[in-house]
Design a binder for this molecule. Structure first.
Ligand SMILES: *[C@@H]1O[C@H](CO)[C@@H](O)[C@H](O)[C@H]1NC(C)=O
Length: 140
């Protein structure tokens, strides 16, 4: 294989990687990584987090819904929508006991409150996190 074809292969790889990130990237969805996860999820807000892998089909299918969810709560002071790329933040996902992708959890003050098992639809997800916030924030 010539240098030129190696170079073009690397280039394609780089394009592929950036396409993968932007597919999930959104200004209203906080990207949690090993460096900010602990401090963010302990800040007193109710977090709905999607633990995912960029290659997973069900994760991709959920990407748009997740952006809509982020937009829906962008001005909400109690609720924060986030995600963790488990191929990057492996230790975070290991500590959260993630066994499949995507896994959706509500985290509050650094602790898991509930895993979401319902339909992956905007209205159902919205209702779920709102209810969790009501439960969590009313008895404090
Ligand atoms: C989130 O941050 C990690 C680490 O900086 C990065 O590798 C990843 O592409 C980011 N993901 C998104 C969707 O922004």
């Amino acid at each position: 294989m010539g240098l030129r074809s190696i170079a073009s292969m690397l280039c394609m790889l780089a394009l592929g990687l950036s396409a993968t990130a932007s597919e999930f990237e959104d200004k209203n969805v906080i990207n949690l990584t090993a460096s900010n996860y602990e401090s963010k999820v302990s800040d007193g807000k109710v977090y709905l987090i999607k633990y995912y892998a960029p290659w997973c089909g069900h994760c991709k299918r959920l990407a748009d819904t997740w952006k809509q969810l982020g937009a829906a709560f962008k001005t909400d002071k109690r609720i924060q929508i986030g995600h963790v790329d488990c191929t990057v933040a492996r230790d975070v996902c290991k500590a959260a006991d993630i066994k499949g992708y995507p896994t959706l959890k509500v985290i509050y003050k650094g602790e898991e409150y509930q895993t979401y098992k319902g339909p992956r639809e905007l209205s159902a997800l919205k209702a779920f996190v709102q209810e969790a916030a009501t439960d969590l924030l009313s008895d404090s």
